[in-house]
Design a protein around this ligand. Structure first.
Ligand code: ADP
Ligand code: MG
Length: 545
């Protein structure tokens, strides 16, 4: 023990610089540990890459089960402890938040870069040289990627559809991917703004989910779903040609904060007092009705008396709507949120062709539909069970992200490992112009890129070596888009197969994988401080931190 004590202090006594219980590993040892831990993480996610990849069933400490094919979700659910392994988990997280897809690929590539680096470390090549070579190679890769990518226009529905389908083909929702894709593309093009290049603000796409029905029942609402019911049974449950007042103040008499005392001497006064309250509420409702509203959505409460008057006026009302829904409703219907009912004017009303209360499984929800030119929309995900809709939600999220990527940066490449193979081939050619040692690392980088198509082939039960030889031949013949067609179990032109992905995702995969590999390779000293023990907590037992 006590590697962290240095023998031979002033009087021959060891100098202790680390807390008791700390451990330290250095140099080649530290590196070996880190590489091993990374390899274990990669092995977990590797078999899930691609349409033929398998799913993982994860059970957390409370017994909750998650079934997923999404690399980021897998690693999030796993409670990874090793620091280097944690860095790989970070890779998948960054990729997920930046571009929403490619999380498994990023981890697989990072793992492969580390494995290829280890071969060089074994030959005594200094880690700094490897890192430098990797960084240069990754810059070159990004440049080449951009060059081979196909530029499209942001509203090219056909290509956007293909991109969405490709991202979902690898998931549970594959069978319904065509329908889901066109729904997602419609949703995003609806809310896209185009003042400085195209932009999609995902806050304007509300995704609701409800178990029941099947995934094919998932629908796009050009408007908003409010998970609230119409407040009063006497109100209409269906309003055509809706004119919606969107009000953030209550339709109630504000109760005074202090306990005020009102002295009432005779029953007549009591009646006057109550009439007064009724009059205020009735005039609020009159205002709503007079500007021509037939629907009221209120962020606060609506008094029973006001509900009664609203029902009498034939106005459907919803109370206690979420603040975020108020904003979306205004955007969807072209209305304006009004703070003070006295200021309400007909120009503030939002418009929708239909407002209807519907029963969705056990809940009553109000659907605001058929908005003209809505700047906010909703997607309602349905599916057999909670677990199915949870995974469907994740896949829809990925598809939304890739479509957003392409709308905002309109360039695409084919999938199936074709672009990775192509740039690997080009980088190997370029490497010959570099000096000896640097060349070594760059060539390893090129090899690592092949791990994506080769893993896809392996997961599809193909012979990876055959695929590699075949692809090397094709790419030296200049066949840029040849990759692994996992459905046919052979190599072919993936562009022709409509397997199309955003350039942005491929760029992000290379960026985050290279960064993580470089970070792990630069480490030559791992110092872990002693374990802190927290006292046992009621019933749960002690937890180590
Ligand atoms: P990631 O989390 O990296 O997106 P996926 O499991 O979604 O992982 O797999 C993505 C990989 O699968 C990409 O390289 C993509 O090109 C590839 N892919 C998707 N569909 C096909 C297909 N039909 N044939 C071949 N490769 C495909
Ligand atoms: Mg994917």
């Amino acid at each position: 023990m006590a590697e962290h004590t240095i023998p031979g202090g002033a009087a021959g006594t060891p100098v202790i610089i680390l807390k008791d219980g700390s451990t330290q590993s250095r140099g080649r040892d530290a590196q070996k540990n880190n590489l091993l831990a990374s390899k274990l993480v990669v092995d977990i996610v590797k078999s899930s890459l691609g349409p033929r990849g398998r799913d993982k069933m994860l059970v957390d400490s409370l017994g909750d089960v998650t079934i997923t094919n999404d690399g980021a979700t897998m690693l999030k659910e796993l409670d990874v402890q090793h620091p280097a392994a944690k860095m790989l988990v970070e890779v998948s997280k960054t990729t997920d938040s930046e571009v929403g897809d490619g999380t498994t690929s990023a981890v697989v590539l990072a793992g492969s870069l580390l494995a290829k680096a280890e071969e060089l470390l074994d030959k005594e090549v200094h880690p700094t040289l490897i890192v430098d070579g990797y960084l240069r190679a990754s810059e070159k890769a990004l440049e080449l990627l951009d060059k081979i990518s196909v530029k499209i226009s942001s509203d090219d529905k056909d290509t956007l559809n293909k991109v969405a389908v490709t991202s979902m083909l690898t998931k549970l929702v594959a069978d319904d991917s065509e329908d889901l894709a066109s729904l997602i593309v419609d949703a995003l093009l609806e809310v896209a703004t185009s003042d400085n290049g195209f932009n999609v603000d995902l806050d304007n796409v509300k995704v609701e989910k409800k178990p029941g029905g099947s995934i094919a029942d998932t629908s796009l609402i050009k408007g908003l779903i409010l998970d609230k019911e119409v407040v009063h049974s006497g109100m209409p449950k269906l309003v055509n040609n809706a004119k919606i007042a969107i009000v953030s103040s209550p339709l109630e008499i504000e109760k005074t904060e202090m306990s005020a005392e009102i002295r009432i001497d005779d029953p007549g006064q009591m009646k006057m007092f109550m009439d007064e309250e009724n009059n205020i509420l009735s005039s609020m409702v009159d205002k709503v009705s007079s500007v021509g509203a037939n629907v009221l959505v209120c962020q606060k409460g609506i008094d029973d008396v006001a509900q009664h008057y609203l029902a009498k006026a034939g106005i459907a009302a919803v109370r206690r709507a979420k603040e975020s829904d108020m904003t979306k409703l205004a955007k969807a219907t072209g209305g304006r949120i009004v703070n003070n009912i006295d200021d309400l004017a007909s120009a503030d009303l939002g418009k929708a062709s239909l407002v209807e209360e519907r029963i969705v499984e056990e809940d009553k929800w109000v659907f605001v539909e058929g908005c003209k030119n809505p700047k906010a929309v909703s997607i309602l995900i349905r599916g057999g069970s909670q677990r199915v809709i949870d995974e469907a939600d994740r896949s829809v999220h990925d598809a939304i992200m890739v479509v957003k990527d392409v709308i905002e940066s309109p360039a695409v490449v084919a999938g199936g490992g074709a672009p990775e193979f192509e740039i690997s081939h080009k980088i190997r050619e370029w490497a010959t112009s570099l000096s000896g040692r640097e060349q070594l690392a760059v060539q390893q980088f090129a090899d690592a890129l092949e791990s994506i198509p080769l893993t896809l082939a392996e997961n599809a039960g193909m012979d990876a070596i055959d695929a590699q030889v075949d692809l090397r031949n094709r790419h030296s013949e200049g066949k840029t888009w040849w990759g692994v067609d996992v459905n046919e179990g052979k190599v072919s032109d993936l562009f022709k197969k409509d397997i199309i992905e955003p350039l942005k995702v491929k760029e992000q995969i290379i960026k985050s994988a290279t960064e993580a590999a470089a970070m792990i390779l630069r480490i030559d000293d791992v110092i872990a401080s002693g374990k802190m023990r927290t006292p046992p907590m009621g019933g749960h037992g002690g937890e180590e931190m």
